[in-house]
Design a binder for this molecule. Structure first.
Ligand code: HEC
Length: 127
């Protein structure tokens, strides 16, 4: 019985070690383009994802598809992020009707700032 426990523990550690080792690798791959930061993602999940992530709304997805974010090039991410900042700063997103139905999803000033700061941080610097 003891031996069995030991083996179980050994296997579990190997699995978690592999997971640990795999993580930095995937982090590296997305570093060329940047993953959406957690605080931005939280806001997007609340206010944008209903339309801008699959299944979402076709029209919305054609502009910004957060489900496919990782497949965007760094340039595309930068352009989309600044469009996001632009739209929310002007109060055009989320759409008016959506905001009326879901007043809680209206972005606060702080949330707008978080998205715009993030957008500024991922802009591709031109050489
Ligand atoms: C109720 C659905 C809905 C929600 C919620 C929503 N959008 Fe949209 N969004 C749309 C639609 C539909 C379009 C396409 C509008 C058009 O073509 O006129 C769009 C377009 C956009 C565009 C492209 C605009 C352009 O002209 O380039 C951006 C950027 C955008 N949304 C950002 C956001 C952000 C950021 C949020 C969350 C804060 C958000 N949207 C929430 C439906 C939504």
């Amino acid at each position: 019985m003891k031996k069995f426990t030991l083996i179980t523990v050994a296997i579990a550690s190997i699995i978690s070690l592999t997971a640990l080792m795999n993580n930095p690798v995937s982090a590296q791959t997305v570093q060329r383009t940047k993953p959406i930061s957690d605080d931005v993602l939280m806001i997007a999940k609340k206010s944008c994802i209903k339309c801008h992530a699959e299944p979402g709304k076709k029209m919305a997805l054609s502009h910004v598809n957060l489900s496919k974010w990782d497949t965007y090039t760094a340039e595309k991410q930068a352009a989309k992020a600044s469009a996001m900042c632009n739209m929310i700063t002007k109060g055009k997103m989320p759409p008016k009707e959506f905001k009326e139905k879901n007043p809680d999803f209206v972005l606060t000033k702080d949330e707008i700032k978080i998205i715009c700061d993030w957008s500024a941080s991922i802009q591709v610097t031109k050489k």
